[in-house]
Design a protein around this ligand. Structure first.
Ligand SMILES: *Cc1c(COP(=O)(O)O)cnc(C)c1O
Length: 522
């Protein structure tokens, strides 16, 4: 591209005078080691300050959109900010308008606390700025990422052909796993011809499966309705008899079933589908078994909890999220497949400008040919460095502790006269409950009372979040709005669980006092 505009002279390639004219360096962006040291020191000081102050800070702010915007958004400056201004801008972002997933009271959604070594690793990964799409551009990074993939696969009990790599998260891991499934099981050249090359393909997932799986079917051109919704049992696990019936009906009607999405740790309650029995159905019908372990997959890596996931070792692909229950900073999920060749089959491409004689160079695998991304960052380093810094037994202990904390929450809920569990007791580290005023205990199930309880508990969740000490989220189970605590946070302890219970009771009572007029009588 040629520069244009009044201050530039147009380059003329054959003009000897222009070619030899001095071209002054443009060094604005090339900060030296001293400037890196100075900015780095400020950033590290801010990081340490945040860690020190975190327990006493509110989990989240209460500022409105307008306030947040006014505080953090500004016109892009023409000239650099002064160093103090730059640091002040970072302080505002870090200390005033963040929601702290690593705060001891944060128990919402399924969002890991963020390891300290992982944050340091992210800095170094950015410093190196490698493109982990090609081995030649990132030799150590590629080998670490592939090693991690193999290690996760082996802990899940998959064979030596298995492996995987780091993705942006569970949603992308679902897309990749189901892309491999589609291409391996369609039976025609679907990458060339698309879905018009054969009968309509179908997938199967339980009513509790995460929506990202349905969206993956949409992105794969199969359509959301290609995902058949299989009903669950009372424990919110996929009913295998219903799965069989769905598959048989589709086969009768001319559809071509390709894959089952089994969930290992549902997002609402942490339920684990009967993986072994689902693997039997997959074997009978030659279906690809994809396990959505975005949440529970990390627990399946531990010796103590692996027995609950029996059958996961029979999966063709497993999605799981280090940024959830391995606590590493956002973002980083993992896709593991039974046979790495299936990823090459689903994603290979041969760009003309990426020539290489691997025999001559002795270089390794290029990850761009195994997944949907071309350029890719070194997201594996924060996971790798966290494992190195903590050692695996620390994870075994902490993951088990999270499960024990969810159990403690459940027990306290059961013991309370004004709280009740919603859904089955915790299988993993999620507990769901709601506040039920004494006078409504006997009216549970009545439409009017249930309606009121849903409104009351929705308001209760919001009030607790705004309160700043604890931050639960919600689930809706059989039409009942529940407060949901998911413990994937190594700073949460029994005192935080107790604070959640005590505040839910106190705030629930206060809300009921002001809201009960809206209840009416049956
Ligand atoms: C969180 C979650 C996802 C989505 O993963 P992201 O990392 O948020 O993209 C998918 N499935 C389940 C069961 C989850 O818990």
């Amino acid at each position: 591209m040629q520069p244009s505009g009044p201050t530039h002279t147009r380059a003329r390639p054959h003009d000897a005078a222009t070619a030899s004219a001095p071209l002054a360096p443009v060094t604005d962006l090339a900060w030296d080691a001293d400037r890196a040291r100075a900015l780095g020191a400020e950033v590290v000081a801010l990081w340490a300050e945040l860690l020190e102050r975190l327990p006493a800070m509110p989990v989240a702010g209460r500022a409105s959109v307008a306030d947040v915007r006014a505080a953090v958004v500004r016109a892009v400056p023409e000239e650099p900010l002064a160093p103090e201004e730059l640091v002040a801008a970072l302080r505002t972002i870090a200390l005033e308008h963040a929601t702290y997933t690593g705060h001891p009271g944060f128990m919402a959604y399924i969002t890991g606390a963020g390891t300290v070594p992982g944050a340091a690793a992210d800095l170094i990964a950015a410093v190196l700025n490698q493109n982990v799409g090609a081995w030649r551009l990132a030799p150590a990074a590629t080998e670490i990422e592939l090693h991690l993939g193999r290690w996760f696969a082996s802990r899940l009990g998959l064979p030596s052909t298995a492996g995987g790599y780091v993705t942006s998260g569970g949603a992308m891991a679902a897309f990749i796993g189901l892309k491999a499934a589609r291409d391996a099981r369609a039976g025609w050249r679907i990458r060339e011809l698309g879905t018009r090359g054969g009968p309509p393909l179908t997938l199967y997932a339980s009513s509790q499966a995460h929506d990202v799986n349905t969206r993956a079917a949409d992105m794969l051109g199969l359509g959301r309705e290609a995902v058949r919704v299989v009903p669950c049992d009372g424990e919110l696990r996929m009913r295998v008899d219903a799965l069989r019936a769905c598959v048989a009906r589709d086969v009768r009607n001319g559809y071509q079933p390709v894959a089952v999405v089994a969930t290992a740790g549902t997002v609402s309650t942490g339920a684990i589908d009967p993986l072994d029995a689902i693997a039997d159905v997959c074997a009978e019908h030659r279906l690809w078994m994809h396990v959505d372990g975005a949440y529970g997959g990390a627990a399946a890596l531990t010796d103590a909890l692996r027995p609950r996931f029996r059958g996961i070792e029979r999966a063709d692909s497993v999605a799981f999220d280090p940024h959830k229950w391995l606590y590493t900073p956002h973002s980083g999920g993992v896709i593991v497949v039974r046979d790495m060749q299936t990823l090459a089959d689903a994603f290979s491409m041969e760009p003309s400008y990426v020539y290489e004689d691997k025999e001559l160079t002795g270089r390794g695998v290029d990850l761009y040919g195994l997944g949907p991304q071309f350029s890719r960052g070194f997201q594996a380093l924060k996971i790798w460095m966290s494992l190195l810094a903590h050692g695996w037994s620390a994870y075994e202990r902490r993951i088990a502790h999270d499960v024990a904390l969810a159990r403690r929450l459940h027990d306290r809920v059961v013991a309370s006269p004004v709280l009740e569990p919603v859904g089955p007791p915790p299988t993993l580290s999620i507990a769901c409950f709601r506040y039920v005023p004494r006078e409504l205990r006997d009216r549970r199930g009545e439409a009017q009372a249930e309606d009121y309880l849903n409104r009351l508990n929705a308001r209760l969740m919001t009030e607790l979040q705004l309160g700043g000490r604890v931050f639960p989220s919600n689930a809706v189970i059989d039409g009942r709005f529940a407060l949901r605590a998911c413990i994937v946070n190594f700073r949460t302890e029994a005192a935080d669980i107790d604070a959640l219970v005590d505040q839910a009771v106190a705030t629930g009572e206060a809300l009921h006092r002001t809201e009960r007029a809206s209840l009416g009588t049956a």
